[in-house]
Design a protein around this ligand. Structure first.
Ligand code: 5GP
Length: 215
């Protein structure tokens, strides 16, 4: 099933990594509307574990020049990629919780996030125990759309006093404002597949990942 795609992601050049993921998205992605892409068969409901590990290795390669100490994501669909990246970089990963448990006694960093897919605003929180000023944090998520979730995570990293290595996304919908929002904040962004436009039956990708900005 996925062996070909994984082979390229594991063994190929960065261009091949992008290509194999793009092919998978084109083949299995369902376009629910002009803005929503469903990739439930291999990325964020059923998960192709080898592909997830390969994605982690790719993020590890892209950010390997930074002394990353923690990977940070948001529950639930970023978890498998953050874990894979944590494995690749040999560091722990943390996932921000969407609901602050009333039993949570320790201090937490929080940020409001408006969900574009669910049309609601919720608070995300991370225990201050696990993000320290001496940390260098790499944020990972499955999608970059409006950027709200990732901006929330960036704000939490800032609040903690830790340094931010950058943001890695599996799929970026480049026609939405997320990337420019992050870049305006001086954040380095790497996305493995960048969608320029999509409509039922058709997805166009940005072929070149040279649009990588650093503060
Ligand atoms: P943002 O905050 O950038 O608008 O969206 C971030 C979150 O919304 C992602 O973590 C992802 O879970 C979800 N999301 C945004 N766009 C899509 C999409 O087109 N398809 C799916 N499956 N999830 C999306």
């Amino acid at each position: 099933m996925t062996q070909g795609a994984c082979f390229f992601i594991l063994e190929g050049s960065a261009k091949h990594h992008m290509k194999a993921l793009q092919e998978r998205i084109s083949k299995e992605g369902l376009i629910l509307s002009d803005t929503v892409l469903k990739v439930d068969s291999f990325l964020n409901h059923q998960v192709d574990t080898q592909l997830a590990l390969a994605i982690g290795r790719e993020f590890g390669r892209l950010f390997g020049n930074e002394p990353v100490t923690k990977v940070l994501t948001i529950e639930a669909s970023g978890i498998q990629f953050a874990m894979a990246t944590g494995i690749a970089l040999n560091v722990p990963f943390i996932y921000a919780k969407k609901k602050k448990a009333i039993t949570l006694s320790e201090d937490v960093y929080t940020a409001p996030v408006h969900s574009f897919t669910r049309q609601e605003t919720y608070q995300i929180s991370v225990s201050s125990k696990y993000l320290r000023p001496e940390d260098k944090v790499l944020i990972i998520d499955d999608f970059l759309a409006t950027g709200a979730a990732l901006v929330g995570l960036v704000d939490i990293v800032k609040e903690s006093g830790a340094q931010l290595a950058g943001v890695g996304c599996v799929i970026e919908k480049s026609f939405q404002e997320g990337r420019s929002l992050l870049e305006k904040k001086g954040v380095r962004v790497h996305s493995l597949a960048r969608i320029a436009s999509m409509s039922p039956g058709e997805i166009h990708f940005i072929e070149d990942d040279s649009v990588v900005h650093q503060a």
